[in-house]
Design a protein around this ligand. Structure first.
Ligand code: NAP
Length: 243
């Protein structure tokens, strides 16, 4: 049984999709959770619906805002034990047509934000000699994907950041892992046509798209004491697509 009783957590991009499911799962396991999202009212509404959580506004593409968020959560909860870097965006296009702004926007939200959050959160975790950092990457960070040079590179970068942070922080009992979701049913994948969805499912041995709770369950496990000998790993949660 996973118990996060007494732990505090922060999930970025937690108002919907995978982030919301992660927040729900951490609360269900006993943690108090900070729900961060672009819009304060949405974050607060989500927190009220989930319970045992508080909403915070933060645009993770702004390094100052991310650093302040970590401080605010620590002041508000007394500590930050579990950091989940989940907020992410896509700006897809073939490389020939991809604009510099689309490259920069994806890197800022998906990759730089995680670096800044880890840099800010590690201090308190070091003092307390306990921490869990979980970065939500993607299978395309392992495989690459046509039309997603920016997104795939950001997720590959997140995987390298995970391994580096794991090495730097292991001596202080701060464990850092990544989860690489496959195709999960959220707003991000809703744009797919029924045909594209069926074609995708055909490549997945478990023959279905994943659900946000498939990722959330893996996060709760990695955040718990059941995973205390696991660090620097990429847990692929994709119905067997990449193996
Ligand atoms: P989603 O439904 O589009 O939700 C993304 C969340 O991130 C939203 O809550 C969004 O806030 C928030 N967000 C976007 N830009 C932000 C910013 N600048 N600052 C703060 N929050 C921001 O996406 P999802 O499918 O749940 O994806 C969650 C994570 O899983 C992402 O990192 C994504 O790359 C990864 N992932 C998803 C899949 C998949 O198949 N869905 C596969 C692999 C990896 P608003 O609601 O305010 O826009």
């Amino acid at each position: 049984m996973i118990s996060l009783s007494g732990r505090t957590a922060l999930v970025t991009g937690a108002s919907r999709g995978i982030g919301r499911a992660i927040a729900e799962s951490l609360v269900a396991s006993g943690a108090r959770v900070a729900i961060a999202d672009l819009d304060l009212a949405t974050a607060e509404k989500t927190a009220a619906e989930i319970g045992e959580s508080r909403g915070f506004a933060c645009d993770v593409s702004d390094p100052t805002a991310v650093t302040m968020l970590i401080q605010t959560v620590e002041d508000s909860f007394g500590s930050l034990d579990i950091l989940v870097n989940n907020a992410g965006i896509t700006r897809d296009n073939l490389m020939a047509r991809m604009k510099d702004e689309d490259w920069d926007a994806v890197m800022a939200v998906n990759l730089r934000s995680a670096f800044v959050a880890i840099r800010a959160a590690q201090r308190g975790m070091m003092k307390r000699r306990w921490g869990r950092i979980i970065n939500i990457a993607s299978v395309v960070g392992i495989m690459g994907n046509k039309g997603q040079a920016n997104y795939a590179a950001s997720k590959a970068g997140l995987i390298a950041l995970t391994k580096t942070a794991a090495k730097e922080l292991a001596s202080r009992n701060i464990l850092v892992n990544a989860i690489a979701p496959g195709f999960i049913q959220t707003a991000m994948t809703e744009k797919l046509s029924d045909e594209a969805r069926a074609a995708l499912a055909a490549q997945i041995p478990l023959a279905r798209l994943g659900e946000p709770k498939d990722i959330a369950n893996a996060v709760a496990f990695l955040a718990s004491d059941m995973a205390s000998y696991i660090t620097g790993q990429v847990l692929v949660v994709d119905g067997g697509m990449v193996m």
